[in-house]
Write a protein that binds this ligand. Structure first.
Ligand code: GLA
Ligand code: CA
Length: 780
């Protein structure tokens, strides 16, 4: 009974403080005639995208002020459902997750806010923001109204978001001017009913007054319609602005224009070169937009860090995101100003609206160096196994109630003097296989590895498969991405294949509480394990932990999970926010599932984001390999018209085949030695694109993978802003250029579509081409 008065008191207190923080007058924000209207006056949105989970909350204010100093009047945010509901039905909006506090802070800084609650976000975030526990439902479908469970959970989540943020709509005196429905849905589906469901769920969650909008691409925004919701477009640095909005303006001549994601840079993948976008091309298109009074949001103004387990992945081919989300954005990962930052500030000061002034640049956050030190203690993974679960069939980690981390599957293989193979279907995402405790092979999903040779064994032997899950796919149709081993493990001697059953399963979650419990001893773990050390600092400050001597794993400092590392780079440091350090002694734990070269760490004053150390080439051409088309007959040949946009070619006859080859004979511009392709789609007999889930590039005569991330698999990554380009550093090979794709199964193919690069450069745009389709592999 004593509790009641206290509760009442607390309630009163929160109501009072709430009333105080929203004392601003109610306002209006509407879609007007060719302009957005704020409180009845034309308004150009200049938004900075920031992700509060990617910034320690102590730094929120700093990053908001930096955005304002760059010339922004609005902050745009995503909410990630899986951050706020990590276990089904348990919501957390406190501390680092206190999104309402973040939005109020934006208001305290005199800025407006655009909110993008999902349920799906993308954002290079684990599963695009969808919670892992949805995957416990065997046949779950997402981003569709065909799965009532998914829809019901989405609605419940949105209701919780509404409780936090609906009071902050501008019409209530808050600063939220727009709320987004879903995210780039047209890249995934075209189900209008689904988008209507989500729109209604957003409204019913309490966002009943605010303007709603959706974002898509210039090439796909009219794939579905959504009444009562504004439409905006997303595109990247260096885009041709008139081209981007041409079709939109034809259809909606009187609507205001907005680029809801103007990509300032791009994200990094493990094992691929660091991505950058030049200041000049980025600023050029931004100026074009300002000259036309086009609203925009810089994605990202400041990317920050995908701490912990939150980095996502793309597929196919599977490729996980690096931990740093620096994004080559105007504000660097540490909250540092860059050349791009000053270029934006210099540009936007000329476009301020009456009464507006540029914000002051806040003081930089202190940076410290930490001399290299050794991690003296360790705990071998195999000496620290948790209690196992028994399972007749192998199953992914979600079925054992594990969201993220590592999982060990243990069983027995019978004695044999024959050579045998172990076949894993499917491995998500990286594994070491041990027989009787000895490592016998490493498998990497990026390369589609699924087999290891087994040694002969005189007696029954213990089989251990230690799997590390990297990010869940956050984009496209491969988004149902369960972790661990998804289906089965078999032994094959060439004649017989048997499935291995009766597993002991050990779960290694990512929580600090779990890592803390392992038993450390002086000395080095010989193989996968935890390492622990301490270091002293006199003054706290941000630093970049150099983890370049380690293999693959995760780092916790004073209980904070700094994220994943992987020796292949390009990122070799982890951002260590100074606010998570203590004066005096600090604790660091490193879990390495591979093997460190040396168990040491140092704090640097600059990040290393561009040191690639591929452990194996991911190029699509072996040394000396040459595609031989001499005896092949093309199924189509011709010349593409010049210019941007999709080009479609229909074959004279429907083709049957599994292997597709596009050969570029020359480029639109004479003497241009390059070939570049942003996207390729193959069309089924109804003219719909074939699914790409099992596609693999088997050959590309040349690829640029050093100066830029222009590998051949960029032709089907479903991103129109990324492209394959032949080598532009070094030797610049001449035409013809070819790419060969294995479609994974035989299809009936009616034709294909080709999308040239969509930035302002025309280098490599194909003119004359030949196309080949075959049932059998091409001769290499
Ligand atoms: C899309 C998505 C974003 C993000 C960017 C790439 O535009 O909407 O969430 O994934 O691509 O960074
Ligand atoms: Ca692409």
């Amino acid at each position: 009974m004593k509790k009641l008065p206290l509760l009442l008191f607390l309630l009163l207190l929160t109501t009072l403080s709430y009333a105080q923080s929203t004392k601003a007058k109610p306002g209006t924000f509407e879609v007007g005639n060719k302009e957005f209207m704020l409180n009845g006056k034309p308004f150009v949105i200049r938004a900075a995208e920031l992700h509060y989970p990617r910034i320690p909350k102590e730094y929120w204010d700093h990053r908001i002020k930096l955005s304002k100093a760059m010339g922004m009047n609005t902050v745009c945010i995503y909410l990630f459902w899986n951050l706020h509901e990590q276990q089904e039905g348990q919501y957390n909006f406190k501390g680092q997750n206190d999104v309402a506090a973040f939005v109020k802070l934006v208001q305290d800084n005199g800025m407006y806010c655009i909110v993008r609650p999902g349920p799906y976000a993308c954002a290079e975030w684990d599963m695009g923001g969808l919670p892992w526990w949805l995957l416990k439902k065997q046949d779950v479908q997402v981003r569709t109204s065909k799965d009532e469970y998914y829809l019901d959970r989405s609605r419940k989540y949105l209701k919780e978001v509404g409780k936090q943020l609906a009071p902050l709509q501008i019409q209530n005196g808050g600063n939220i001017i727009m709320v987004q429905v879903e995210n780039e849905y047209a890249t995934f589906g075209s189900e209008q009913e689904y988008m209507e469901e989500i729109r209604d769920a957003v409204r019913n969650a309490g966002f009943d007054k605010v303007e709603l909008f959706r974002c898509d691409w210039s090439s796909n925004f009219n794939k579905y319609k959504l009444d009562g919701v504004a439409t905006t477009l997303n595109f990247g640095a260096g885009s041709n602005i008139d081209n981007q909005f041409r079709k939109f303006q034809e259809i909606y001549p009187n609507l205001p224009l907005m680029c809801s994601e103007y990509w300032t840079g791009w994200f990094d993948h493990w094992g691929r070169p660091h991505e950058t976008r030049s200041v000049s091309s980025f600023i050029g298109s931004l100026k074009d937009m300002q000259d036309r009074r086009i609203s925009f949001s810089l994605y990202m103004a400041h990317g920050g860090t995908s701490f912990g387990q939150w980095g996502g992945a793309n597929a196919p081919p599977y490729s996980a995101m690096a931990t740093s989300y620096d994004y080559n954005a105007p504000i660097g990962e540490q909250g540092n100003t860059t050349e791009k930052f000053f270029a934006v500030r210099d540009l936007l000061k000329n476009y301020l609206q009456p009464g507006e002034t540029l914000g002051e640049i806040p003081a930089a956050k202190p940076i410290i160096a930490i001399p290299a030190f050794q991690l003296e203690e360790s705990a071998p993974l195999f000496d620290n196994l948790p209690k196992p679960k028994q399972s007749r069939d192998i199953q992914p980690m979600e079925m054992f109630d594990q969201g993220w981390g590592r999982i060990l599957y243990r069983s027995t293989i019978p004695a044999s003097s024959e050579r045998r193979k172990l076949i894993i279907t499917d491995l998500h995402d990286w594994a070491t296989v041990f027989v009787d405790g000895k490592p016998i092979g490493k498998l990497d999903r990026r390369r589609g590895d699924n087999t290891v040779e087994l040694p002969t064994t005189a007696a029954d032997a213990r089989l251990d498969i230690l799997v590390e899950a990297t990010g869940r796919v956050n984009y496209g149709n491969a988004i149902i991405d369960r972790k661990g081993i998804t289906e089965k493990v078999e032994i094959s001697d060439g004649t017989n294949t048997t499935e291995i059953k009766n597993w002991q399963v050990y779960n290694f979650p990512v929580d600090y509480a779990f890592q803390k419990k392992v038993k450390f001893k002086k000395g080095s773990a010989n193989g996968p394990g935890w390492y622990r050390g301490t270091f002293n600092v006199n003054e706290t400050g941000d630093t970049f932990l150099d983890v370049s001597t380690w293999g693959k794993g995760m780092v916790w400092v004073n209980g904070y999970n700094l994220g994943r590392f992987w020796k292949i780079g390009p990122q070799q440091t982890l951002f260590m926010p100074g606010v998570w350090l203590k004066k005096g002694k600090n604790e660091i734990i490193v879990l390495d599932v591979d093997v460190p070269r040396e168990a040491k760490v140092a704090g640097l004053t600059k990040p290393i984001l561009d040191e690639l150390r591929p452990d194996e080439s991911l190029l699509h051409r072996a040394k000396g390999q040459q595609l031989n088309l001499a005896n092949e007959t093309p199924v189509a040949a011709g010349a593409f018209p010049a210019g941007n946009g999709w080009k479609e070619v229909n074959f004279d006859q429907v083709q049957h085949g599994r292997y597709f080859c596009l050969e570029a004979l020359n480029a639109q511009e004479e003497k241009d030695p390059f070939t570049s392709v942003a996207e390729l789609e193959l069309l089924d007999i109804n003219g719909n694109p074939l699914h790409t889930l099992r596609w693999k590039v088997v050959y590309a005569d040349s690829e640029e993978v050093t100066a830029g991330n222009n590998a051949a698999d960029k032709v089907f990554d479903n991103q129109e802003s990324t492209f394959w380009q032949t080598q532009r550093t070094g030797q610049k090979p001449a035409h013809p250029h070819q790419v060969v794709i294995d479609l994974g199964e035989t299809f009936r193919i009616k034709g294909f579509r080709y999308l040239p690069r969509s930035d302002k450069s025309t280098a490599g745009m194909i003119k004359e081409y030949k196309v080949y389709v075959k049932e059998e592999p091409f001769k290499l």
